[in-house]
Every structure is written in structure tokens, then in C-alpha cells.
Design a protein around this ligand. Structure first.
Ligand code: ADP
Ligand code: MG
Length: 319
């Protein structure tokens, strides 16, 4: 497994004023191999988007580092770093309604990255844009129209073309279909899967829907309150969750296959996610964990291998 990108002890905090500090992402270690898809799941507010943006340098790092092809990237990007790295790393955003500039034509939106980051002529850029409209299932004359003329699914196709026209190696897909109707989600996922194969992409795929993440990912990482609690092969984490939080997350996920029965009443995760401004001592999940033990409120469990090296869990039940 050859590593493409890795977070090492990566943290991103936000200063809220009044001396308050919000720990959105805390000390995350995660290496992604070339051409691998790692799914990242966890409740809303657990730090998934912040992790993705910090990995790409869209947020400066509070501490820790990001390694890309063996090179340690700067803590805080300058314009030259963005220019150099944008070709290699891109993000596909959750909301295709707010992430496309309404005053630009679709062709301008898709071609913008090439205008900023390549030496191609306008004629060459236009021809690449036409090619990408086709690759994402839109027609050539769509390039002269504006985003509001398109449906949510079509807008997300535009967002995908905009990100991938630079032929990046690494893409963070941040809930790329959760704003879309269920009926078009599968189409967009299939489009991404096909492009992943043809372009040899490496991805961090952030999503709410665990069964979808299992379907598209090689490995699955579970985040709770800014911290990774479990990681392993997507099937293993989904079918044999080990961390009590993962168990509850899987059990409360809508099951697409009605043949698989689950006890829904036991599935709700009780209580609220604690404030990331006041991180509790010990295990971050202790206040909501049905299997909590005294040690959990005092000692922070490390993410350690369980069974084999590919499966890691941060829970005192396994230490
Ligand atoms: P997720 O994507 O898992 O829903 P986020 O990364 O969006 O989680 O948020 C993690 C935590 O960081 C939340 O408590 C959120 O309110 C906070 N947060 C995110 N972005 C900012 C910001 N720019 N300023 C302050 N707090 C933020
Ligand atoms: Mg998010």
C-alpha cells in the first residue's frame, strides 16, 4: 500500500473569542493509499468537513501535519501553495446550490480552474470544458447557461466537472449527494465511481449514510467529537462494528436492504453530542456510551490495532 496523503496528529481548533477554543478536529492520524477510497462517517458536528478542509489546506492547521507524496505541506498555505497544490487536490462540496457562482456560465465555472492553473489557450480550455460536460452527462449547449437553470443533480455534475477538470490525484467529496433527491443520488454516486476508475482517483468520501459509504469505500473511518474512534475495512466496520459509537451509528442508519433486520428501538444514540468547546476528560463518548466503565471517564483511549493491524479502535473494552 503506497501512501498518497496522510494526516499526522492533525488538529484544527477555532478561536471563539473570550478565550474559548472549539476543538473541531483533534489529533487525527489517517493515511490514504493511492487509489484508495476512505469513507468518513459520524454525526453532524463531529468535525468531518473541518478535517477534509484542513487536509486540503483550506484551513490552516492548528497542530500536526499533512504529508503528500512524502512531502510535508506548509501549516498555512500561501497563494503559491494553492496554485501548486490545486492541480493535485480538489474538493467536491455538499451543496450544489450555494457552491456555484450564480453570475458565471456553467462553461466559465467548469473552465475556471484551467484558466487559473494552466497555460492552455481559451480554445483549448473550451474544448476541455465541452469534453467534461460530456463526461458528467450534460450536453455541449449547457455550457452557455447559468446554474439556476439546472436541477440539483445537474448542478452537482457541474461541481464534479469543475473539480475534476484539473485531473487532481486526491479529492475530498464532502457529502456530495446529501442535498439531492434519493432518486438522483445513485446516478451521481455511479458517475463518481466511474470517474474514480477512469482517472485513478484517491478519495476521502464524507457522508452520513453508512450503507452508501460501505458501498463506495475501501475503508471506513468513524469520527466522534473531532476524534477518530474506529477505522477498518468498510465491510468489517459496517458488519462487525467494535466501538459502541459505531455500533449505534450502524444500527440507526436506514437499512436499504429490507431483508436485513435490525432492532430499531435499541438504535437511537441517547443524549446530545457534547460541546467541542468543553471536551470531556477520558473517552469523548463516555457520556453517551451504553457500555461505559469507570476508566472511560478518566483515561483517554488510544486508537490501537484490534484483531489485525488494519482494524483500529479507540475503546477501553479492547485495551
Ligand atoms: P461535520 O462536517 O462533521 O458536521 P464540522 O466540521 O462542520 O462537522 O464542524 C465541527 C465543529 O466545528 C462543529 O462544532 C462546528 O460548529 C464547528 N465549526 C465548523 N466550522 C467552524 C468555523 N468556521 N468557526 C467556528 N466553528 C466551526
Ligand atoms: Mg460537514
Amino acid at each position: 500500500m503506497s501512501e498518497l496523503i496522510a494526516a499526522e496528529g492533525l488538529s484544527r481548533h477555532f478561536e471563539l473569542g473570550g478565550g474559548q477554543r472549539l476543538h473541531a478536529v483533534d489529533d487525527v492520524n489517517l493515511a490514504v493509499a493511492a487509489r484508495e477510497i476512505v469513507g468518513l462517517v459520524g454525526e453532524s458536528g463531529s468535525g468531518k468537513s473541518t478535517f477534509g478542509k484542513t487536509l486540503l489546506g483550506l484551513y490552516p492547521k492548528t497542530s500536526g501535519k499533512v504529508r503528500y507524496r512524502g512531502e510535508t505541506l506548509p501549516d498555512r498555505y500561501r497563494p503559491a501553495d494553492f496554485r501548486r497544490l490545486a492541480k493535485n487536490m480538489q474538493m467536491i462540496f455538499q451543496d450544489p446550490y450555494s457552491s456555484l457562482n450564480p453570475r458565471m456560465t456553467v462553461g466559465e465555472i467548469i473552465g475556471e480552474g484551467l484558466r487559473l492553473h494552466s497555460d492552455l489557450s481559451s480554445r483549448q480550455i473550451n474544448s476541455r470544458v465541452a469534453d467534461w460536460l460530456d463526461q458528467v452527462g450534460l450536453s455541449g449547449d449547457h455550457g452557455s447557461r447559468y446554474p439556476h437553470e439546472f436541477s440539483g443533480g445537474q448542478r452537482q455534475r457541474i461541481g464534479i466537472a469543475r473539480a475534476l477538470i484539473l485531473e487532481p490525484e486526491f479529492v475530498v467529496c464532502d457529502e456530495p449527494v446529501s442535498a439531492l433527491d434519493v432518486s438522483v443520488q445513485a446516478q451521481v454516486i455511479n458517475l463518481l465511481g466511474g470517474l474514480k476508475e477512469s482517472l485513478g482517483l484517491t478519495m476521502l468520501f464524507i457522508a452520513h449514510d453508512l450503507s452508501m459509504v460501505r458501498h463506495v469505500s475501501d475503508r471506513m473511518a468513524v469520527m466522534y467529537l473531532g476524534s477518530l474512534v474506529e477505522i477498518g475495512s468498510a465491510d468489517a466496520v459496517y458488519f462487525e462494528p467494535k466501538h459502541p459509537y459505531t455500533e449505534l451509528l450502524v444500527a440507526s442508519n436506514p437499512e436499504p436492504d429490507p431483508a436485513v433486520e435490525r432492532n430499531r428501538e435499541s438504535a437511537a444514540i441517547r443524549g446530545e453530542i457534547p460541546s467541542p468547546v468543553n471536551i470531556p476528560a477520558g473517552c469523548r463518548f463516555a457520556s453517551r456510551c451504553p457500555k461505559v466503565m469507570p476508566v472511560c471517564r478518566e483515561v483517554t483511549p488510544e486508537l490501537i490495532p484490534v484483531q489485525d493491524a488494519t482494524r483500529q479502535v479507540a475503546c477501553h473494552l479492547y485495551s
